[in-house]
Structure formats: structure tokens, C-alpha cells
Ligand binder design. Structure first.
Ligand code: 3AL
Length: 176
């Protein structure tokens, strides 16, 4: 997708297309739409990053709380967003055996109890073993550094989702 096509999108179409680049936070794309024209995709991504960085700690924690648990209730009940469903499947979160499922449940609960927000990691860049290892490791962090660490993961998820939107659009165009 050419950047001039993105820049020509109405507010409604822009939010429809980019509204979930940060999980369940369409407010972010609604806000950055006003920064058009974007120079390129990297510029669009930089605006998302800047918006997130400008939030107070409570806003950053709010973003984290919009994320579903990995291998959690939404995955079991099929209520994940399409993006999250794909990411969690790619990391093998949908094929945990009962011992692994219980381990994830316990670690996720311990994490939420400690920090007051769910554990977030870019599932596309990690496999099952990485996720369990990092969840155990990050449980040892202090709240401030852990909040920032988790927000960095949100940015990685966002970057891959943005790229996905653009690539799948190229695919559609070549198929025409
Ligand atoms: N909790 C959490 O990390 N959730 C996610 N990670 C990811 O890549 N997609 C998600 O929904």
C-alpha cells in the first residue's frame, strides 16, 4: 500500500484498517490520523510510538490491560481478536498440554497479582519455551522497569501488525 493511499483514507477507514495495531486501543489510530500526511510507514509507526511514549504511567498500564492473557480465557473461548488469535497460535499457545496450560495460568496469575497488569510479549517473535522463560524472568523485575519492558513488546507487536496490513494489501493488489 502506497503511503499516499494511507494519507487519503477517511478517518473512519483509517481506524477500520489500523484500529487494532495496538490491541483494543483504536483511540491511538484515531489520535494519530490528525498527523497526516505521513512520509512513509516508518513515519506512521513513529507517531504511534510517540503517542504511547507521551502517556502517563497509568495510560501505559491501561494499554497493557487491554491485552488478553497468553493462553488465557479468551483463547479457550474463541473471543480473541483476529490478530491476537494468529499471534498466539503462531507461538503455540493453542496447543499447550494440560501441564503447560496450568503452568501458564499460574505464571500469568502471579504476574498480574504482582504488577496489576497482564504479561505482554510479542508472541510472533517467541516460541512456547521463550515465553515461559521470559515470564518467569520478568516476574523478578520492579514495577517501573517492567512496565517499560512490556510497552516495548507492545511496540514490537504493533510494528509487525502494521507491516502485515501493508503486505497483505500488496498481495491483494498483485492478485487483481
Ligand atoms: N498478553 C500478550 O502478550 N498478548 C499478546 N501478545 C501478542 O503477540 N499478541 C497478543 O495478544
Amino acid at each position: 500500500m502506497e503511503i499516499n493511499v494511507v494519507n487519503a483514507l477517511t478517518y473512519e477507514d483509517f481506524v477500520k484498517l489500523f484500529g487494532n495495531v495496538v490491541e483494543k486501543c483504536p483511540l491511538i489510530s484515531a489520535a494519530i490520523w490528525s498527523h497526516r500526511p505521513f512520509k512513509d510507514l516508518a513515519d506512521l509507526e513513529a507517531h504511534v510510538t510517540e503517542f504511547i511514549d507521551s502517556l502517563p504511567d497509568s495510560g501505559k498500564e491501561g494499554i497493557l490491560r487491554c491485552h488478553p492473557d497468553l493462553a488465557g480465557r479468551d483463547l479457550q473461548s474463541g473471543t480473541l481478536t483476529r490478530e491476537s488469535q494468529e499471534e498466539q497460535s503462531q507461538a503455540g499457545m493453542n496447543t499447550l498440554d494440560s501441564a503447560e496450560g496450568l503452568q501458564m495460568y499460574r505464571l500469568n496469575s502471579e504476574y498480574k497479582e504482582r504488577f496489576g497488569f497482564p504479561f505482554v510479549i510479542c508472541a510472533r517473535l517467541n516460541n512456547k519455551a521463550d515465553i515461559v522463560r521470559q515470564l518467569s524472568e520478568r516476574l523478578k523485575n520492579d514495577r517501573g522497569p517492567e512496565r517499560e519492558r512490556a510497552i516495548e513488546e507492545v511496540k514490537k507487536i504493533c510494528s509487525l501488525r502494521l507491516r502485515n496490513i501493508v503486505l497483505s494489501d500488496i498481495q491483494t493488489q498483485t492478485n487483481k
